[in-house]
Design a protein. Structure first.
Length: 115
C-alpha cells in the first residue's frame, strides 16, 4: 500500500512539474508576467494565462482541426510563434480560418547544413 501511495505521489509531482514547465517555458511566459503593475495586474495576467492554458488543453482534447494544427506545429513554442507571425501580417475571420490556412498552406522548412 505504501509503495502504491509513493508512486501516486511521485506521479502527481511529475504532472505538476510538467504543467509548470509548459506554463513557464513553452509559449505562455508565465514567469515573465509577474511583477508588473502595482495592485492587481500580476493576478489578472496569471488568470488570463491559466485561462488560455485551459482553453488550449480543452481544444487539444475535443477539436479535430486544432489537434491537426498541433500535430503539424509540434511544440507549443512553434505553435505560438507561427500564430503570432500569421496574425501580424494576415487577417483571419476567426480561428477556424486561421487553422485551415495553416493546414492547407504549411510548407515545412528544410534544414540547411550551415557548415
Amino acid at each position: 500500500m505504501l509503495k502504491k501511495l509513493s508512486r501516486l505521489h511521485a506521479a502527481d509531482g511529475k504532472l505538476s512539474r510538467v504543467g509548470n514547465n509548459v506554463l513557464k517555458n513553452h509559449g505562455y511566459n508565465l514567469e515573465h508576467n509577474f511583477g508588473h503593475g502595482e495592485n492587481h495586474l500580476c493576478e489578472l495576467l496569471l488568470s488570463l494565462n491559466l485561462l488560455a492554458f485551459l482553453f488550449h488543453t480543452i481544444l487539444d482534447l475535443v477539436n479535430y482541426t486544432y489537434q491537426k494544427v498541433r500535430e503539424l506545429l509540434v511544440t507549443r513554442t512553434t505553435f505560438f510563434k507561427d500564430i503570432r507571425t500569421l496574425v501580424k501580417y494576415l487577417w483571419f475571420k476567426d480561428c477556424s480560418h486561421l487553422f485551415s490556412f495553416i493546414l492547407t498552406e504549411h510548407v515545412p522548412l528544410k534544414k540547411v547544413n550551415s557548415s
